[in-house]
Design a protein around this ligand. Structure first.
Ligand code: NAD
Length: 354
């Protein structure tokens, strides 16, 4: 029997409900495929601030760093909005990502046949995109500050990428494409930005090692248009932190509710952070309303990418697809003629389909 130690950051709002759902699903996978998943709680986010005065206590970070991988619900809530920057729940997330050196954020956006009618695009079909976003560099982490300039007070943020940062994320994208449909679209703004000029050059250099993958460069403004016009044309999209932040949200909305979209933040090791793309949804917390699918699918990504358990990950994805096809809908996916069920019932039905 193989054993896996998973650090679980339940976090705030709906975080505890959706992580609990994912842990039950993993438990079922363990029974079915003879693995032992051991969970250790790591207190991070607003709840850690409430208890310890810090959003990311060292002990909580150590639990993540000592685990085989990390499962996260969500952090944050309006009661923390007034806190100074360093104490805010989101700092915990940035801190864990940085400490674990998770430079690649993978966000699949796949349209389930059963949910075609909740898709906001009229003629959507065959949407299956993997957005690969650089996560710990670029403008979010460059020099920033306030100063006085020609037009009065100025705020500035420096966008900078080093070639090694681009090279490693490009390799991640090409390798994923090799296991998918063999296409990478690299998104930049090379007609205006020096950073993008270097980005494009390095991506092409790396491409020389992946002759079986087709590469195209797409300017970010065009990429936004193409995602809405015909998202089915994309396989893997690779881009920097800022463009990736925006385009991954756009891609996710092409396939329906925020409640069904998972993500993985990874690096060259097998330890990563797996989390739904949604936040802590405070207004629906504790009401058995939240859709657990995004977190359950994040657990499926963990099985595939962290533990190399592809068959087990596929089993979860199939169970979700079957459950949706059988008409199970949480409130965020409400459809005429189908009864709405809660978080627990959705979880139970998915488990029954494994
Ligand atoms: P949100 O994702 O929490 O909610 C956006 C909307 O989607 C809300 O209407 C919410 O009810 C709904 N929603 C979200 N997840 C859902 C689910 N699983 N099932 C059904 N409906 C769901 O984003 P927000 O409202 O902008 O942020 C709320 C809090 O979450 C803020 O404090 C924010 O800072 C935090 N946040 C945390 C993360 C994270 O932990 N990774 C990400 C984004 C936002």
């Amino acid at each position: 029997m193989s054993k896996f130690h998973i650090a679980v950051i339940q976090g705030d709002g709906i975080g505890p409900e959706v992580t609990s759902a994912a842990m039950q699903v993993l438990q079922k996978i363990g029974e079915r495929y003879n693995h032992a998943f051991e969970f250790t709680q790591s207190v991070c986010g607003g709840c850690a601030y409430d208890r310890y005065g810090e959003p990311l206590p060292q002990e909580s970070l150590d639990i993540c760093l000592q685990s085989d991988s990390v499962l996260l619900g969500a952090v944050g809530g309006p009661q923390y909005d007034g806190l100074p920057y360093e104490k805010r729940p989101e700092r915990a997330l940035l801190g864990v990502r940085k400490a674990m050196e998770l430079y690649a954020n993978l966000r699949p956006a796949k349209l389930f046949d059963a949910l075609a009618s909740v898709c906001p695009l009229k003629h959507a079909a065959n949407i299956d995109i993997m957005v690969v976003r650089e996560l710990i560099g670029g403008i979010y982490f460059g020099e920033k500050g306030m100063r006085t300039g020609k037009y009065g007070r100025e705020g500035y943020d420096v966008m900078c990428y080093g070639e090694l940062e681009v090279e490693r994320i490009a390799r991640t994208a090409f390798e994923l494409a090799q296991k998918r449909r063999g296409k990478v679209a690299s998104i930049d703004k090379a007609n205006v930005l020096k950073t993008s000029g270097l980005w494009r050059q390095v991506v092409h250099d790396v491409h020389a090692d992946y002759a079986d993958v087709q590469l195209e460069d797409v300017l970010v403004d065009n990429a936004a248009m193409q995602l809405v016009r015909d998202p089915s044309q994309f396989d893997v999209i690779v881009t920097g932190n800022l463009f990736g932040d925006i385009l991954s949200d756009l891609a996710s909305q092409c396939v329906g509710s925020i409640g069904i979209l998972p993500s993985a933040s990874i690096n060259d090791t097998t330890r990563g952070l797996y989390e739904p793309i949604h936040g802590s949804a405070p207004s629906i917390a504790g009401k058995d309303i939240a859709n657990p699918i995004a977190t359950i699918l994040s657990a499926a990504m963990m099985l595939k990418y962290a533990f190399n358990l592809s068959a087990e990950g596929d089993a979860i994805e199939r169970a979700v697809e079957t459950t949706l096809a059988q008409g199970a809908r949480t409130a965020d996916l409400a459809q005429d003629g189908l009864p709405v069920i809660g978080t627990r019932e959705m979880t139970e039905r998915i488990i029954r389909n494994i």
